[in-house]
Design a protein around this ligand. Sequence first.
Ligand SMILES: NC(=O)c1ccc[n+]([C@@H]2O[C@H](COP(=O)([O-])OP(=O)(O)OC[C@H]3O[C@@H](n4cnc5c(N)ncnc54)[C@H](OP(=O)(O)O)[C@@H]3O)[C@@H](O)[C@H]2O)c1
Length: 183
Amino acid sequence: MGRTIYYTAMSVDGFIADPQGSLGWLDGLDHDPDGLLGWTAFDASVGSFVMGRATFDWLLSGPLADPTTPWPHRQPGWVLTHRPVERVPEGARLTFTDAPLGEVVAAAREAAAEADVWIAGGGVLASALARAGLVDEIWLSVAPVALGGGAPVLPAAAPLRLVQEGRNGDFAALRYVVGPQPS
Ligand SMILES: NC(=O)c1ccc[n+]([C@@H]2O[C@H](COP(=O)([O-])OP(=O)(O)OC[C@H]3O[C@@H](n4cnc5c(N)ncnc54)[C@H](OP(=O)(O)O)[C@@H]3O)[C@@H](O)[C@H]2O)c1
């Protein structure tokens, strides 16, 4: 069985979006997709994903605002929401659901088979999953930027173990396993 991995970029003060909901602070920073904890190998290892509604809405109003822009993910995804969705991008294989998180992750795991499940964020969903014991690892690309506020990366208490660290371009690359230190 694969892992469930919350993979995201954050500021040094722990935000994944600025107070206006923008990710513009990532623009122009150097990050090698083939480098440490880079997107290329991660994406290849992922068989499905789960995403919060705010992150989905941000995609639709930002990178996918032009309806001719292709949906960027080949894997099936589950979007957690309590509300109907107005537009589903062409080519997206998405299930919109408010089912219990354990059921959603079980479905995503089944679709991924031996591959990993990407927890695409945001922090609200990732923390609910962490509280439910449904996050195995957290991979962080830490940008050399302080935002002073915004959407927190993980607004929940969780014990973490650092298992890999290094540098990718302008970013610190950190991999954590969720759980207490081994005694
Ligand atoms: N830096 C990065 O790499 C990165 C990655 C991902 C996201 N982001 C940014 O993060 C921001 C959004 O993050 P966020 O933490 O505020 O929100 P989020 O986790 O993306 O979405 C939260 C919403 O998901 C729905 N939801 C969550 N748990 C649910 C459950 N158990 N059942 C049903 N619905 C559930 C609810 O929406 P409703 O009740 O309204 O339907 C909730 O308000 C965006 O600005 C996005 O751009 C950044």
